[in-house]
Design a protein around this ligand. Sequence first.
Ligand code: 5RP
Length: 244
Amino acid sequence: MGDSTKEKQLAAQEAVKLVEDGMTLGLGTGSTAYFAIEEIGQKVRNGFSLKAVPTSARTEEQARGLGIELVSIDDVDSIDLTIDGTDEFDDDLNLIKGGGGALLKEKMVARITDRQVIIADSTKHVERLGAFKIPVEVLPFTVNYVKSMIDESGGIGHIRMNGDDFYLTDEKNYIVDADYGLMEDPYEISDFLNDIEGVVCNGLFLDLAEIVIIGKDDSVVTYEREADDEEPDEEEGTEERLFA
Ligand code: 5RP
């Protein structure tokens, strides 16, 4: 087993090589993203002009301290590149995220990002997602209801606590960590969770990561999503709308 701190650092350094002058970046949350943000701060000190959308209060504080120009998520239409961590990833580059409680902004940022790069130590690579419980962010007054819906569906809902208090997200919501064991079909579980009234966001990040970079011992391994050539090309000047 490698040194996980070193592996995180190596993955972060490799990912930051993808940062180009003038980009708008998404900044992830967690101990691995931390190293990437430090490296990005170094790029700014070296003269890069960058804007960045932070995914949590912690990340915002770190980035501000490094002199990185920050923009709010609702003030950008798109993000060129996001570097974020993960709690698990599989061979399809699907993820479980939200161990650090920042899943809502992390998912929104991922949705509007052109190139989502995930960094991790080698322990995060799994054959099947689900050993890590799926964080589910919920409106506070629905927490028992969401837990019971998860329990009735065949999972086990664990309400996340912080000592004797409910764990609070940056948005002042609660989290139920859902244990479905190793999942055969994470898409089905994600749809089920999203349909429960009170659920704000779930930690299954499906079809969002383009690249996963891990540190493995003293080197890095990069996994890239295979090009999806089934998507029809959009004609210039047309926009696909759901209800038109
Ligand atoms: C925070 C996250 C983190 O990216 C995830 O928990 C991984 O954290 P770390 O890099 O500390 O292992 O999703 O909400």
